[in-house]
Design a protein around this ligand. Structure first.
Ligand code: TYM
Length: 334
């Protein structure tokens, strides 16, 4: 079993990333059997699709590395690295550009969302983004890719690219990866709008809980979260059509390792005046130790750089055999 996933080092790690992906990475790392391996990386090469200056990008990569370690990624057990240090990602991306079809990329909803109305003005990088993501996964022969729901389409494309390459060149080279998307945390929604996902790019900071938020900020964001005047029902089925309420109950359930039904049973008949302080307490209780670890790690640039450099060495060694076979399958002399 090869587990692999990545995160863009742009902006803060928020509760959507944490519950949708990182928490699961840590679980998979901690439950790993002998013979399995975990690769987690900062997708800094993907981050070129968001304009940032040099200093900001450097700071973001280190911050995200510190945040992942603070969340429980252990660089001794998992291979933790930044993509830019392993050139095999960019190389395989180019090789796979010969395999991926324009029609496939045209269907990517994330490209459509991010490019917005000004398609002609979007960068080529934003368009090719899913091919680099396919390269990230296929380079390591990953079998399991823990992600949130928004990455599902990119993983489907990865499987299509792998299948077409294997068929076109008559090789059994690339492993088809399975996305791991736990149902309950597949899509954590914005605190301000139950129909939009919690996201780094939402202009309102009140829409998300960042892992860097202090206790007061968490309490304030939960207090101001959009809800409705109805009390909580005794089972989750009663929350149909109440997206904001369902999201908060889901967050509470995941943070306390229980089910939304159990949370509804616990708070049945009570309004958000009672539920919100309880949710804030749970979030503060679980997130403040992570924040404290993050603060202790984030300024030790030498230590973080050493972790990433060592991870990149291990990643490059794991990627090399697949890259070599891909060049060879295509008849490219290296
Ligand atoms: P990114 O950086 O946008 O997000 C990192 C992870 O967090 C998940 N996520 C969410 N899950 C639930 N609810 C939310 N509101 C929410 N917001 C974010 C994402 O699904 C993701 O798992 N393209 C990827 C990074 C990437 C990658 C890869 C992932 C690059 N190469 C290879 C897997 C394999 C991205 O931008 O994720």
């Amino acid at each position: 079993m090869r587990i692999l996933s990545g995160i863009q080092p742009t902006g803060n790690l928020h509760l959507g990333n944490y519950l949708g992906a990182i928490r699961n990475w840590v679980k998979m790392q901690d439950e790993m059997n002998a013979g399995s391996e975990c690769f987690f990386f900062l997708a800094d090469m993907h981050s070129i699709t968001v304009h940032e200056g040099r200093e900001q990008r450097l700071a973001n990569v280190r911050d995200m590395a510190a945040a992942l370690v603070a969340c429980g990624i252990d660089p001794d057990r998992s291979v933790l690295f930044n993509q830019a240090r392993v050139p095999a990602h960019a190389e395989l991306c180019w090789l796979l550009c010969g395999t991926a079809r324009i029609g496939w990329l045209n269907r990517m909803t994330q490209f459509k969302d991010k490019a917005g109305k000004n398609r002609e003005g979007a960068s080529v990088g934003l368009y090719v983004y899913p091919v680099l993501q396919a390269a990230d996964v296929l380079l390591y022969q990953a079998t399991h890719v823990p992600v949130g729901e928004d990455q599902k389409q990119h993983l489907e494309l990865t499987r299509d690219v792998a299948t077409k390459f294997n068929t076109d060149f008559g090789v059994e080279l690339f492993t088809l990866p399975d996305p791991i998307i736990p149902k309950e945390t597949a899509r954590i929604m914005s605190l301000r709008d139950g129909s939009a996902k919690m996201s780094k790019s939402d202009p309102s900071d009140m829409s998300r809980i960042n892992l860097t938020d202090d206790d007061d900020a968490i309490a304030q964001k939960v207090r101001k979260a959009k809800t409705d005047p109805e009390p909580l029902p005794s089972e989750v089925a009663g929350l149909a059509g109440r997206a904001e309420a369902l999201n908060l109950v889901g967050i509470y359930a995941t943070m306390t390792e229980t089910t939304p039904d159990a949370v509804c049973a616990q708070f049945a008949g009570q309004g958000f005046g009672a539920f919100k302080p309880a949710l804030a307490d749970v979030l503060i209780d679980r997130l403040s130790p992570i924040r404290r670890r993050y603060v202790a790690l984030k300024d030790d640039h030498a230590a973080l750089d050493a972790v990433l450099a060592k991870g990149a060495e291990r990643a490059a060694a794991a990627a090399e055999p697949t890259l070599r076979r891909a060049y060879d399958a295509m008849g490219l002399m290296r």
